[in-house]
Write a protein that binds this ligand. Structure first.
Ligand SMILES: Cc1cc2nc3c(=O)[nH]c(=O)nc-3n(C[C@H](O)[C@H](O)[C@H](O)COP(=O)(O)OP(=O)(O)OC[C@H]3O[C@@H](n4cnc5c(N)ncnc54)[C@H](O)[C@@H]3O)c2cc1C
Length: 507
């Protein structure tokens, strides 16, 4: 089944306990801020219906019914490349939020279940496959809850001091199922998800940690689950939010702290419970799948980031300058490198136990690392190219004020032919995307980086630098330099005190 937006919206009216900025949320669909992430999540139920993307997102299950391709396990290189194409297409539409963490957690559960069944004679694969069928038949939106709150990072789960619930664990079990306790933090897409797959975030590889070796799926409205949404970047909504915070207002706030306050999970939704030797497998498999997603999401993000720098250069009339072109070239290289290596992670995927394919671990990690490790440099260049305007740009309410508007229109224009509004909107994007007022203010306050370089170039003591080089290269012309002219050359004096060179060597 491929759900419609209406069906998806109806499914969120499920009585979940969710909180935002200290207030209990009556309905995520009507909450002025949480509505944003619900809309982004709903994109996952729009794009597959678009004629141009149907063939990409829709496939058939064993009964010949339409199902979302993201809910199927990748079995060939083509499947993996298609999976990445789905991620990319979804991200470019501002969606795929319900078909990333959750489906990656499902893939990881598949890998670990196969290993446990092969080595221990368990029957987890059957449960995982039943759950997959349920997801396919009902087109359920899932998130992946992996990151535990962890407490003291220097201590293992069972050695924590204040309490034993810093890592999610099983606290009781009976013939029907298990009771789980703990909390997962920073979990994206939660307000708009129907269910979550919960995995350990690290290996709990010793017997005394077996209660933490736990994988299960649960609806987010289950009794005992509390969802605490993060504080949003912006507190406006509607047209104002989209003008002032174009990125944040399209996707956020997405993360929740998920508290499991003794939640019941029936056995058919438990995919690991106590098999501590396999907790490493499930975390590694998740990380590998999810880094393919991460680097794909980042490839799409890079397109916007680099595009924002190019727009600001164009709108400010700067494209012709060499230092600006050099910076734009670096940004383009950065974006294309992340994209290319991420694609390689899909193309060079590897076969796991059974016929499941997993992304290439090396390339998936290189792509994610390259993006994240260079991100601040990229942001710095975007801020540098953009000038100070993203820090001080007027907001929507200023722009709408009829007394202020003509002055803003006139004085904040830049290149002829570019509407002032476009320049302001691009500035708001840079402001929202690249961080804070403080970062931009501190790059541009007291002059841009290029201005300092200009001063540096003109003020640098080139005579001294050249004298140093000439002296080392035995080129005449350093002897009059006020610094190097006084530097004593000890070689002649030392050589006089050494025995003569033995010339019998063949050099
Ligand atoms: C916006 C956002 C969205 C996210 N979405 C999700 C999601 O949907 N699902 C999900 O499960 N998770 C999600 N995460 C969590 C993400 O994977 C974690 O933030 C990340 O793994 C780091 O964990 P932490 O935040 O607890 O930081 P910490 O563990 O506190 O790490 C801080 C630093 O300490 C180091 N460190 C920590 N422990 C050790 C140790 N034992 N030995 C040596 N060094 C150590 C780390 O390497 C790091 O440098 C999200 C995070 C963010 C910020």
């Amino acid at each position: 089944m491929i759900r419609t937006v209406e069906q998806y919206m109806e499914s969120l009216n499920d009585g979940r306990e969710i909180w935002c900025m200290g207030e209990k949320v009556k309905d995520v669909r009507t909450h002025p801020i949480l509505r944003t992430i619900v809309m982004a999540s709903a994109t996952d139920f729009v794009v597959p219906h678009l004629p141009q993307f149907r063939d990409l997102f829709i496939t058939k299950d064993a009964d010949g019914e339409d199902v979302n391709f993201m809910n199927t396990p990748p079995r060939t290189v083509q499947d993996m490349v298609r999976r990445r194409e789905c991620y990319m297409t979804g991200c470019r539409h501002g969606g795929i939020v319900l078909h990333c963490m959750g489906v990656d957690a499902l893939a990881a559960s598949t890998v670990a279940a196969a290993k446990m069944d092969a080595n221990l004679g368990t029957e987890y694969s059957k449960r995982v496959e039943n759950y997959r069928r349920y997801l396919q038949k009902n087109d359920i939106g899932i998130t992946g809850a992996i990151t535990d709150v962890k407490g003291d990072r220097g201590l293992r789960a069972s050695k924590q001091v204040q309490h034993k619930d810093f890592y999610t664990r099983v606290v009781d079990r009976n013939k029907d199922g298990i009771i789980v306790r703990g909390a997962k933090v920073h979990i994206s897409s939660t307000p708009g998800a129907n269910e979550a797959i919960v995995l350990p975030c690290r290996a709990h590889a010793t017997e005394d940690e077996k209660d933490y070796a736990l994988v299960f799926a649960t609806p987010l409205n289950a009794k005992g689950i509390k969802l605490l949404a993060v504080e949003p970047n912006n507190r406006t909504y509607g047209e104002e939010a989209h003008w002032d915070y174009p990125k944040s207002a399209a996707l956020g706030p997405t993360e929740c702290l998920i508290v499991f306050d003794d939640v019941f999970v029936p056995w058919e939704r438990v995919f690991m419970c106590g098999e501590y030797q396999y907790s490493r497998d499930v975390t590694y498999a998740f990380a590998t799948f999810h880094r393919l997603f991460g680097s794909t999401r980042m490839s799409a993000e890079c397109e916007t980031l680099v595009g924002a720098a190019a727009l600001m250069a164009e709108y400010n009339g700067l494209e012709k300058y060499e230092h600006i072109r050099n910076k734009l070239a670096w940004l383009a290289m950065y974006a294309e490198t992340v994209n290319a290596v991420s694609r390689m992670a899909a193309i060079e995927c590897q076969q796991e136990l059974g016929d499941l394919m997993v992304p290439n671990m090396m390339y998936a990690n290189i792509a994610k690392f390259t993006f994240a490790d260079n991100l601040h440099q990229a942001m710095k260049l975007v801020q540098d190219i953009s000038g100070g305007i993203p820090a001080t740009v007027p907001c929507f309410k200023d722009w709408q004020n009829k007394d202020l508007h003509p002055y803003i229109e006139k004085y904040l224009a830049a290149k002829d032919g570019i509407p002032t509004e476009n320049r302001l909107k691009a500035s708001r994007l840079v402001k929202d995307f690249t961080g804070s007022y403080w970062q931009i203010a501190n790059i541009h306050g007291e002059g841009s980086l290029a201005q300092q370089k200009m001063f540096l170039y003109f003020m640098a003591d080139w005579k001294r630098f050249k004298a140093a080089a000439k002296r080392d290269a035995h080129i005449e012309g350093w002897e009059d330099d006020p610094t190097y002219g006084f530097v004593f050359d000890p070689r002649e004096m030392i050589e006089k005190k050494m025995p003569p060179i033995d010339t019998s060597y063949r050099l």
